[in-house]
Design a protein around this ligand. Structure first.
Ligand code: HMG
Ligand code: MG
Length: 301
């Protein structure tokens, strides 16, 4: 099998997972969540977003969370859509930020209040200033496999937007299946198209939502294509408040289970992770969407 020896799991539970919760999760629960994920061995934990608090009220406590995390939070990535978001991250001494663009016109409007082209004018000075300040920048591109308003998204369009975002000065490009409609063959096709356009596989990450139950199959396909960074959300929490058809991300536990079975190193303590997600399910008052969490946890929820 042509599979990598080691994979980096980029945990997005505290950000992608909690941005879509109906109830407000108290900041001390968020702090514990982040700390427990780090303690479970996750190498990267995206902590929160410095977006407009009216747009995502669930993460309006971003400053408070990062202040509580103190030095332990300085290397955790946070989303910033624009210079205002970057200023907020810089004030706290954070070192890693992520911009998030859209491959489609409609989602750019709905998620960023900008046209497809206007989004670049917002990101360009943000990335330039972040880089000048010595920060690392990740770029996301959303709606890579389909868009709830526009339907199928042409591969050339995704590659064009993704490359343009990456070339602003990002160190990694995460390809988002925001609404979870992609299938394994399309994953191979998209990765090959990015490579043909000059992207190194090491600079790509995959970000699968599991709406149609395809996230693990798609991950396996990307592993076979040589991708070694995968975004996942503890317990399978997640969604996007501006794309109602987006449900939970690939569950980190499901990913860890498959990687372990394949003999691929990941560095995560599955028991500690399952205990964290079972605890979080209790806090949220409903069972975890992750099959592995349900199979392994003793949670009564
Ligand atoms: P806007 O209304 O166009 O903002 O929103 P604006 O630039 O016109 O500014 C209006 C006011 O907002 C100004 O204040 C700004 O200072 C303030 P005023 O002068 O009127 O008093 N403002 C801010 N305040 C705090 N923090 C900020 C900020 N920016 C402006 N950062 C904006 C534009 C981009 C801000 C808005 O559309 C927004 O916040 N969008 C974020 C939506 C979001 O977070 N979506 C979820 C994350 S993306 C995702 O989940 C997908 C992903 O997981 C990958 C995948 O699955 O595909 C990453
Ligand atoms: Mg997402």
């Amino acid at each position: 099998m042509n599979l990598p020896e080691h994979v980096t799991i980029y945990e997005v539970g505290p950000r992608d997972g909690l941005q879509n919760e109906k109830s407000m999760v108290p900041v001390d629960v968020k702090e514990q969540f982040v700390r427990r994920l780090l303690a479970a061995g996750l190498p990267v934990v995206e902590a929160t977003s410095f977006v407009h608090p009216r747009w995502v009220p669930q993460l309006a406590d971003a400053e408070e969370l990062m202040t509580r995390l103190g030095a332990d939070g300085n290397d955790l990535p946070v989303l910033v859509p624009n210079e205002r978001g970057l200023d907020r991250a810089l004030e706290l001494g954070l070192r890693h930020v992520a911009i998030f663009g859209s491959a489609t016109e409609t989602f750019a409007q709905k998620n960023l209040n900008r046209s497809l082209d206007e989004q670049f004018a917002m990101f360009e000075p943000t990335v330039t200033r972040a880089r000048d300040a010595g920060l690392d920048v990740r770029a996301y591109v959303s709606m890579c496999f389909g868009d709830p308003w526009e339907g199928a998204v042409p591969v050339e369009q995704v590659v064009g937007v993704g490359k343009r975002l990456f070339d602003l000065g990002a160190s990694q490009l995460s390809l988002g299946d925001t609404i979870g409609v992609g299938t394994a063959g399309q994953v191979t096709e998209l990765i090959e198209a990015f490579v043909a356009a000059g992207m190194a596989k090491d600079d790509l990450a995959m970000h699968f939502h599991d709406t149609y139950g395809q996230a693990l199959a798609n991950t396996y396909s990307a592993l076979q294509s040589g991708i070694t960074t995968f975004d996942a959300s503890a317990g399978g929490l997640g969604g996007c408040p501006y794309a109602k058809s987006a449900t939970g991300n690939l569950a980190t536990e499901d990913l860890v289970w498959m990687l372990t079975g394949l003999g691929i190193q990941h560095g995560v303590d599955l028991d500690a992770l399952v205990a964290t997600s079972a605890w979080m399910a209790g806090e949220l008052g409903r069972p975890s969407p992750s099959a592995v969490v349900r199979a392994l946890s003793q949670s009564e929820v």
